[in-house]
Design a protein around this ligand. Structure first.
Ligand code: ZN
Length: 249
């Protein structure tokens, strides 16, 4: 049987039976797949850490097209993001961002962009420490890429660019931008929408240097959390503890 390889970040990891574990990868090149690691929880030779959530791994697997999951031959740990996972907030962040990716990434589809975004976010947080500003950045990039969030900033009614208007609003319910010329708007989102616009065109480190104020990131994250709630119809399991711990609840 042919052996193939995939590199990716583990976005789901669950125990099956007494000794097996099933992992799901946001992969570098192939569709989202599940891999079963037989006997890993009782193995003396193979390290259980290579199936831990939020690790970058390379999987050697048997190419069986008829199954819902692939049998693994070997799993090699590439990066555990140890610095990030050393403290409680970093660990909660990893749980949160992988759960979010898992919700956004349909099985059987291929989105190398999500792998890049996720591995980049873990890498930068591991190197420079976790920053709350990464949360709206990650969500906005992922949501626009998956076609959930609009990537162009035009008023739904007049069709004009909202970024040049006096005030503007993003309606989570209708998923539309509205300008203050056409609508009485309940709240001015313009500073946040300008930040969103920058987030879609610049690297995270550059966004931080162009836009150092924390206020808009926080408000942007609030809007995106409402958006996620309306998209998934529920809260992520890791949400409450994470947001309570970072003091944003
Ligand atoms: Zn308008």
């Amino acid at each position: 049987m042919a052996i193939r390889k995939e590199t990716g970040i583990i976005i789901q990891s669950k125990d099956i039976g007494d000794s097996d574990r099933l992992i799901s990868l946001a992969g570098e090149s192939q569709v989202r797949m599940n891999f079963i690691s037989k006997g890993i929880r009782k193995s003396k030779r193979r390290a259980i850490i290579s199936t831990e959530i939020g690790c970058m791994v390379e999987v050697d697997y048997y190419d069986q097209s008829e199954k819902d999951w692939k049998s693994t031959k070997e799993i090699h740990l590439i990066n555990r993001y140890d610095e990030l996972k050393k403290d409680y907030i970093g660990t909660l962040f990893v749980l949160y961002i992988t759960e979010l990716t898992s919700y956004l990434y349909p099985e059987g589809e291929s989105h190398p962009f999500l792998y890049q975004l996720l591995s980049g976010s873990l890498e930068t947080s591991n190197t420079n420490g976790f920053r709350k500003e990464i949360l709206p950045f990650f969500k906005l990039r992922a949501l626009t890429h998956m076609g959930h969030f609009p990537s162009e900033f035009y008023c739904f009614t007049c069709g004009e660019e909202i970024l040049s208007k006096k005030k503007a609003y993003f309606s989570v319910d209708s998923r539309e931008f509205l300008c203050s010329d056409c609508h009485p708007i309940p709240k001015d989102h313009l500073p946040v929408l300008k930040l969103f616009h920058i987030m879609l065109s610049k690297k995270f480190s550059n966004v931080l240097s162009v836009y150092p104020r924390e206020t808009e990131y926080k408000e942007g994250d609030l809007i995106l959390n409402q958006f996620l709630r309306s998209l998934f119809g529920k809260e992520l399991k890791s949400y409450f503890e994470f947001y309570k711990t970072i003091g944003d609840l």
